[in-house]
Write a protein that binds this ligand. Structure first.
Ligand SMILES: [Zn+2]
Ligand SMILES: [Zn+2]
Length: 131
């Protein structure tokens, strides 16, 4: 089955509230982070057998995307539990952030090379079967 929409649950780093990051596959087969929503805006079968691992490492961020609670446009992926938390995008060396899911405090480290400073930005967990 073709997967063309992915929903990733996340939490707001400021309010601790849940939200969902909605990715769509663009015409060029690249993923675009399109929206941050308080609720899943379309019927996705999150428990169904259609769950797929989707590589969102190089996903673009759409102009409409932001945290629906505090308005921040950035998220980090927890190195401990693997979940997303919104933050202000300041990922300089030594910056401390706290995961809103498990409470772990982490520090951003420069990994060198392409300048990627994210603590961890790996695989998203997606679902297939968009209506
Ligand atoms: Zn937020
Ligand atoms: Zn965590």
């Amino acid at each position: 089955m073709k997967t063309d929409a992915v929903c990733i649950s996340a939490k707001c780093g400021k309010s601790g509230k849940d939200f969902y990051m909605i990715y769509y596959k663009a015409f060029d087969n690249k993923w675009v982070l399109a929206y941050g929503k308080k609720d899943i805006p379309f019927s996705l079968d999150l428990k169904g057998g259609g769950a797929v691992a989707v590589d969102l490492t190089h996903a673009r961020k759409g102009p409409q995307y932001k945290c629906p609670h505090c308005g921040e446009e950035h998220t980090f992926t927890c190195w401990n539990c693997g979940k997303r938390t919104c933050y202000d995008g300041d990922n300089h060396e030594g910056r401390e952030v706290t995961c809103a899911h498990c409470g772990e405090i982490g520090v951003f480290r420069r990994t060198g090379g392409d300048g990627g400073g994210k603590a961890k930005e790996t695989m998203g967990f997606g679902v297939s079967g968009q209506a």
